[in-house]
Design a protein around this ligand. Structure first.
Ligand code: A2P
Length: 272
């Protein structure tokens, strides 16, 4: 069902995963994760700050999918940034998730004056074999350049807000040139883009839903995407995107919707 992107260290990461942001109670997150695994998803994206790592871990254990078949991502929260505190946060996340390694560990936001120390900790975790890949989130090009100038290991992934109103073309070009895989959070614009007339028109031409058209647009751009849904039917729908292809014209139409408009905070003006 789901092919994968090859990260610059050779690790394979599924193109599509389940985002579990805003799923705060165990029941909700467990239903979603089990629904996703049942629908063929093999990638789950959580974060310490989502406060649902325990539920994610329990759902994985209760599923019949082996741990090694799942690509599991979590993130170090801003207040834990720094070298020692990141190493501790990593252990705490693994404990809550009930796993002894992670597939991807990410720096959640570029906290000024902290993210380089945090990155040193991720380099150590990677070198020690505790995590198969390391990366960042919400890094602008200038943050990446700053980090690359001093780091031994290049981030394998940059996960950012990315959807038709914020298509991140420049950042995507920069990341591609550096071998950094771009990953989209809130690919559906937190659900706001599902009523967009252009998206609706394009989707209906292919007999697909607006969500499926947007997810397909991500995949055809070479962007890993993690739509969030708590509803097993919608989770299944969002995963059912490997049997059609948007034409070049339709890709261009969706590209043209860009307005550099965010639903989430700008990483340069975020109150950490
Ligand atoms: P729900 O969890 O009730 O399905 P994003 O990933 O861009 O942040 O979007 C998440 C939002 O979009 C959530 O409100 C989610 O609601 C909604 N959503 C996700 N998938 C679909 C879908 N296939 N159809 C309609 N709404 C969806």
């Amino acid at each position: 069902l789901i092919e994968g992107a090859t990260l610059h260290n050779g690790v394979n990461m599924p193109w599509l995963g389940l985002g579990v942001w805003k799923m705060a109670n165990d029941e909700e997150v467990m239903t979603a994760v089990k629904g996703a695994l049942g629908a063929g998803y093999r990638s789950i994206d959580t974060a310490a700050v989502y406060k649902n790592e325990e539920g994610v871990g329990k759902a994985i254990k209760q599923s019949d999918v082996p741990r090694d078949d799942i690509f599991l991502t979590t993130k170090v929260w801003n207040s834990d940034q720094g070298y020692d505190s990141t190493l501790e946060a990593f252990e705490a996340s693994c404990q809550r998730l009930g796993v002894d390694y992670l597939d991807l560990y990410l720096v959640h936001w570029p906290v000024e004056g902290k993210y380089k120390e945090t990155w040193r900790a991720l380099e150590k975790l990677y070198t020690d074999g505790k995590v198969r890949a390391v990366g960042v989130c919400n890094f602008h090009t200038h943050h990446l350049k700053d980090l690359l100038a001093e780091s031994k290991i290049k981030p394998m992934v940059n996960q950012v807000e990315c959807h038709p109103l914020l298509n991140q073309k420049e950042l995507h070009d920069f990341c591609r040139a550096e071998g950094i895989q771009l990953e989209a959070w809130s690919p559906l614009g937190q659900g706001h883009l599902l009523e967009d007339p252009t998206i609706k028109d394009i989707a209906s031409k292919y007999g697909k839903t607006p969500a499926q058209a947007i997810i397909r647009w991500d995949l055809q751009r070479g962007i890993v995407t993690i739509p969030k849904s708590s509803n097993p039917n919608r989770i299944g729908q969002n995963g059912d995107v490997f049997d059609f292809e948007l034409s070049k014209e339709d890709m261009d139409h969706i590209d043209a919707l860009n307005k550099n408009e965010r639903y989430g905070p700008d990483p340069d003006h975020f109150d950490f």
